[in-house]
Design a protein around this ligand. Sequence first.
Ligand code: GLP
Length: 255
Amino acid sequence: MLVIVNDTYDPMSKEAAKLVADRLRKKPNLVLGLATGSTPLGLYKELIRFHKEEGLDFSKVTTFNLDEYVGLPPSHNQSYHYFMNEHLFKHINLDPRHIHVPQGMAKDVDVFCSWYEQRIAECGGIDLQVLGIGANGHIAFNEPGSSLGSRTRIKTLTGTTRGDNSRFFKPNEDVPRYAITMGVGTIMDSKELLLLASKTGKAEAVKAAVEGPITAMCPASIIQMHRSAFVFLDKEAASELTGMYNDTWESKVFA
Ligand code: GLP
């Protein structure tokens, strides 16, 4: 695991974007796993800039999103599909046929989840998976207690997560109770992981994930078992860490 600490959110996002761009330049048909939440927005903004100003080409890229709320169609402005369209997809030259986001309106969720796993495998597996982290240590919507070997499935969201996410919904709107999410095992099968965390609200979760015991009570802690995980932090998110993390990703990436 390589932990890269930047002073603030912007340089953290830019460093992370350099890693994605490097992988994409090396493999134009990259299979890229994507995350929602506010944290990856800076990374997506920088990727859009690379595309517009430097011609970074996404035309052969295939994407798989981590998760989606059950019951929200892509047209709903709080669905993760809508979020991805607004913040990334419509600004770059991805082929819409190569975009995969779990279907919150799937008639048979179990059938859909098996298909999603199969589709990832058919595409050769995920090369690089972008991840955020929940304040309770969740990754995607794998809440504490999720099996560390789990695959794509439906999950019930905890009160903490629903509370954290309620800020995006109107006061009279119900925050969804269920989500379809890649499993922890699905995420761990990715060839590389890129986890981002910013601000003090994530410091405890980052400490548990990076330096705590590997436990289903902090699903993000499983990244300690991954052979190629990059953790991009700002100083606030890194504030509870006790290890020395002064490495740079360039030395490893271009070695
Ligand atoms: C949601 C998403 C996660 C994301 C988390 C943190 O729960 N399912 O994938 O990591 O939010 O979001 P934020 O980056 O807004 O703190």
